[in-house]
Design a binder for this molecule. Structure first.
Ligand SMILES: Nc1nc2c(c(=O)[nH]1)N[C@H]1C(S)=C(S)[C@@H](COP(=O)(O)OP(=O)(O)OC[C@H]3O[C@@H](n4cnc5c(N)ncnc54)[C@H](O)[C@@H]3O)O[C@H]1N2
Ligand code: MOO
Length: 645
């Protein structure tokens, strides 16, 4: 079958782009563009279809450029400090006579017979005379016809992006409307029998169609006019009809999902039937199964179903096509060089796009990689940029300095990077930082130990940690002493005592009472990743109770946040897992307390850094304490106290 064959041969991204671009150019997609007349006042950002010429001169009459008197310059010749000249002040309706003058304001028509203006400050008026003490040069302080723009002069070049000042020039030059390149009409067709349009229809197995909204918004951002088609189920004939209908009314058609190898993935086959498939499969991750085709002389793009894949492939294969179709210049993507905060693996032969959070830590720009799943919309919303691992590499070692393409304007200096154990209190801290100092907090959740390592390598500003030292029974301090040298650039500050316990479904259907129930054969556990404080606490408690981790079903099933544990239980994929009460409360789960633990923050700022005092001030403020304690299971009575250094 066509699809299988083409799909096995993923093209390198550059080659796919070249094929795509060359074909679109060859079919004339970027020339002889449709045009449209728009009123000048509404032409901002539009692109002129052709050169625009003035219908009238600006100004269209000779006018006074100053408040003063209009004179005939020749009458003033010879005037000076020692030879003042008296001119008769004429009424506006009187005809000009030699040695006369008229009082004029800025913008007034120059009265017949006059050819210069003397500013009022240089004139002495008395008894119907204006006395001057300097000669006026012909045409001084007069705006002559066409001084700015002359009839038939070119006002704007073709394919020029219209600015606010251009609108003034158009109107002044007598052009009430202007011919611009039409915005491309783009139909976005969401496909998939599992898709629903509203939350009401959500149930296990149905997915809310978010991508068509996202893609339409992207089309708008890129200057196109989107048209969102209704959801089409996975039916060859129905998808084909939707594409054929959309081609009638659009300059470009985007289908979403159904691009890969599943039994109901029809996009590529339909496009082979309707036109020419140029590319099916590009060696990029995410976004591999993208389909690029030409049908009826128009581009049809099959974007993969996962949101991140869809967005990335739209940026690669839709955005610049839309810009070129409007003669809009490609926006420059800004880049910064940053050190990756941890090792990132990738596959040789595949170009990988990794979303990152950025921050400036102790003078170094750091990129913290976010989750890489193709379905993780939050990795797009939380990221400030993307790093690309090219196809010749199998990854980037921690600390490698690499270019990061920024999403729009991003002030890296305003970002605070928190890398460590996740806690909902950190999100609240982020809100306070935003309100009080316009700072943004980005959290990468890698567990307590990962946080300590990030501080050690100067790759984070904040690390939340909660690690119990088995020997001393003390939290956190032994670990920072063991792994960090105290060079005065960081300190350990207390955030909260918090309840850790077992989360279970409402009503506790499995009757779980304590950690002893975890070794029951009918109980499935979900664990936190190695190095997470919660996992250490569990292991400590298990040893106290002489319980074997190997006897716990699901001990090896790992997720990386409290909320992910809660979500796993709420979704029925596990019966219980350890985490904080706030996560259980957030998802309506029951909570069986097991222990209280100390959650502290390592703050990696030099002592004079204002952000250090700001954060400690927030932690100590009653507003912050109240808001966190309201989550349930927190005691913040000592928040903001220094624990060590
Ligand atoms: N056996 C293989 N399976 C998959 C492969 C492969 O090579 N072999 N490729 C994977 C890759 S990579 C991607 S990317 C996806 C792309 O899949 P499709 O384009 O066929 O899309 P679906 O499978 O229909 O959907 C994927 C996923 O996205 C959700 N989705 C779809 N549309 C929307 C929407 N409008 N809004 C929100 N979410 C949407 C859909 O429900 C699925 O969960 O295939 C892999 N599989
Ligand atoms: O290439 Mo797919 O887009 O990673 O999931």
């Amino acid at each position: 079958m066509h699809k299988g064959k083409a799909y096995l041969h993923c093209l390198p991204r550059q080659q796919a782009e070249r094929i795509w671009w060359d074909k679109l150019t060859a079919i004339g997609y970027f020339s002889g563009l449709p045009v449209q007349q728009v009123s000048a006042g509404e032409a901002l950002g539009r692109v002129t279809a052709q050169c625009v010429y003035a219908r009238q001169s600006v100004p269209h009459y000779n006018s006074s450029a100053m408040d003063g008197i209009a004179v005939k310059a020749q009458d003033t010749f010879g005037a000076g400090e020692t030879a003042p000249r008296k001119l008769v002040v004429l009424k506006s309706d009187e005809p000009f006579a030699d040695a006369g003058c008229y009082i004029v304001d800025t913008g007034d028509v120059m009265p017949a017979g006059t050819n210069a203006v003397i500013m009022v400050e240089d004139v002495h008026f008395s008894e119907g005379y204006a006395t001057i003490t300097a000669a006026a040069a012909p045409w001084q302080h007069v705006r002559v016809i066409g001084e700015d723009i002359v009839t038939n002069e070119m006002v704007l070049l073709e394919h020029h992006v219209i600015t606010p000042a251009d609108i003034a020039a158009l109107l002044a030059a007598g052009l009430d409307s202007v011919e611009v390149v039409a915005k491309p009409k783009v139909t976005v067709i969401p496909t998939g029998s599992e898709l629903v349009a509203t939350h009401r229809e959500l149930k296990p197995g149905t997915i809310l169609d978010v991508n068509s909204h996202m893609l339409c918004a992207a089309v708008t951002t890129w200057g196109g006019v989107p048209n969102r088609h209704a959801i089409v189920c996975d039916d060859y004939q129905q998808i084909k009809e939707a594409i054929v209908d959309s081609l009638q009314v659009s300059d470009m058609v985007i289908t979403n999902a159904g691009t890969s190898a599943g039994t109901e993935d029809f996009t590529a086959d339909i496009l082979v039937e309707l036109g020419e498939v140029l590319v099916h499969g590009v060696a990029i991750k995410p976004g591999k199964p993208v389909v690029l085709a030409i049908c009826q002389g128009k581009p049809v793009i099959g974007l993969p179903g996962y949101s991140v894949s869809a967005m990335l492939t739209a940026e690669l294969f839709v955005r610049n096509v839309l810009f070129a179709r409007q003669k809009l210049p490609r926006p420059q993507v800004e880049t910064v060089a940053a050190a990756v905060s941890r090792q990132v693996y990738s596959h040789i032969g595949v170009e990988e796009y990794v979303r990152v959070s950025l921050g400036e830590v102790q003078g170094k720009t750091v990129a913290a990689p976010l989750g890489r799943g193709a379905g993780l919309i939050s990795s797009l919303t939380k990221a400030q940029g993307t790093l690309v691992i090219n196809e010749t590499k199998d990854g980037l070692a921690a600390g490698t300095v690499t270019p990061i393409s920024l999403f729009g304007k991003c002030s890296v200096g305003n970002n605070i990077l928190s890398v460590g154990s996740h806690d909902l209190a950190l999100e609240i801290l982020g809100v306070f930082l935003g309100r009080q100092a316009n700072l943004a907090l980005s959290c990468a959740n890698v567990g307590s130990m990962g946080g300590i390592m990030a501080i050690r390598n100067n790759e984070a500003h904040i690390a939340g940690i909660h690690m119990l030292d088995e020997g001393s029974g003390e939290f956190n301090v032994p670990f920072v002493k063991r792994y960090l040298t105290n060079n005065g650039s960081w300190c350990l500050v207390h955030l909260a005592m918090r309840d850790q316990g077992l989360m279970v479904l409402p009503g506790n259907p499995k009757g779980i009472q304590s950690l002893r129930d975890l070794v029951r054969p009918d109980v499935e556990y979900v664990n936190r990743q190695r190095g997470a404080g919660t996992r250490m606490l569990l292991d400590y408690q298990l040893r106290q109770l002489e319980l074997e981790p190997g006897n716990i079903a699901g001990y090896d099933k790992e997720v990386s946040t409290h909320m992910a544990v809660a979500a796993t239980i709420a979704g029925g994929a596990a019966d219980t897992g350890m985490g904080i009460r706030a996560a259980a409360t957030a998802l309506g789960l029951d909570f069986i307390p097991v222990a209280q633990e100390q959650y502290d923050l390592i703050l990696n700022f030099s002592p004079e850094d204002e952000r250090l005092a700001l954060i400690i001030g927030i932690l100590q403020s009653p507003e912050f304490r109240q808001q966190v304690e309201a989550l349930g299971g927190y005691d913040l009575s000592k928040a903001g106290e220094r624990v060590a250094f």
